[in-house]
Design a protein around this ligand. Structure first.
Ligand code: SF4
Ligand code: SF4
Length: 347
């Protein structure tokens, strides 16, 4: 029999959920959800599990990741129990459960701790710059190597083990038997969802938001590729320089729209932003705008006298790579894609 834990509600509230205890199980939310199916019916079931504190059942479920937060269920809930926000909070909670370091949970639950981690990262970068006597060439060379090293280390030490833990909770622990051929057959599903998030298109009235996400993913991956593998800041090839400008502009223009939607709270999904949501969009904006400005200052010969600009970019980059990517909202993108993969394996 599944373990029931009424105290779970309190824990979940630290991840943003609220008022979900008001749910009286009418099922309206599941009826209006365009992504809910007979086999994968949600969000009502997740509300029941949350109210009863059935942590293990939530941990072994893919349903929180199958929701793309359109907000329809919250709009139609007669009890204003906010099922859409509950699903979002469950994704935050699951992220902290998958994380073997447990740092995700600590940062999600404590804003002061998150701010301290950001400040500490900035101090380390500034300390290194002082140690290097603000030598721009050395610091830029370090910045370039840091990006590559951070990608490899964060993936190998944090994200990969966490994906394995997710697999353990979802497939191995519930003793789901799947032939190896299913793992191979599902790889296409994984790649497709990772790059397109196409399931979001099945949400009602969601096409523009999907398009914005799609070009942001392309812009972000393009910027990553250009700076890390094409060494954008040192390159003299016109194509690479122009490409870098284009992708960095995409990143900061699209994120301006995301930040402005969160400020205006003009739709259900932007009404209850948590610090992790704000940090994700704002830091993505900073990454795009500072990368763009650094390259502009290089091209106009102003960077030597404005080293502070590169230091600012490096601080933002370090905070992004060491805090937001491994422990913040960034892994949602990865877990959602793997959820589609595991769903295919389970099917
Ligand atoms: S969350 Fe709202 S709509 Fe869904 S079952 Fe509960 S009361 Fe009904
Ligand atoms: S937010 Fe949208 S996709 Fe998520 S459960 Fe509610 S209706 Fe379904």
């Amino acid at each position: 029999m599944a373990a029931v834990n009424p105290g779970f509600g309190k824990e979940l509230k630290k991840y943003g959920a609220f008022h979900f205890n008001a749910c009286y199980n009418c099922g309206n939310c599941t009826a209006v959800c365009s992504l809910s199916t007979e086999e994968d019916s949600f969000p009502r079931e997740m509300l029941r599990f949350s109210v009863l504190g059935m942590k293990e059942d939530i941990k072994s479920s893919l349903k929180p990741w199958l929701c793309y937060y359109c907000g329809e269920c919250s709009t139609h809930c007669p009890q204003t129990a906010n099922p859409g926000e509950l699903m979002m909070s469950l994704r935050r909670w699951l992220t902290s459960e998958y994380d073997w370091t447990k740092l995700s949970g600590l940062l999600y639950r404590s804003l002061p701790l998150t701010i301290s981690a950001f400040i500490l990262t900035a101090i380390v970068v500034l300390g290194f710059s002082i140690y290097e006597k603000f030598n721009l060439e050395t610091i830029m060379h370090f910045g370039h190597n840091f990006e590559l090293l951070a990608i490899v280390l964060v993936f190998v030490l944090i994200l990969l083990p966490n994906i394995i833990r997710m697999w353990w909770f979802i497939i191995l622990k519930p003793k789901i038997k799947a032939p190896l051929s299913k793992y191979f057959a599902g790889i296409w599903e994984l790649i497709l969802h990772m790059f397109t998030q196409k399931r979001a298109l099945d949400c009602d009235d969601n096409r523009f938001r999907w398009f914005e996400h799609f070009i942001l993913v392309l812009g972000y991956l393009g910027l990553l590729f250009t700076t890390v593998f094409l060494d954008w800041f040192s390159s003299e090839k016109l194509f690479i320089i122009v490409f870098g400008y284009v992708v960095s502009i995409i990143v900061f223009i699209v994120t301006i729209d995301f930040v402005s939607d969160r400020i205006k709270k003009n739709n259900e999904i932007n009404k209850f932003s948590q610090p992790s949501d704000w940090l994700f969009v704002i830091w993505l904006f900073f990454m795009g705008i500072t990368a763009f400005s650094v390259r502009l200052f290089i091209d106009t010969g102003l960077i030597e006298k404005n080293i502070w600009l590169y230091l600012l970019h490096l601080i933002i980059l370090a905070q992004w790579a060491l805090i937001i990517v491994p422990f913040g909202k960034w892994p949602h993108f990865l877990y959602r894609s793997f959820a589609m993969y595991f769903a295919k394996i389970k099917s």
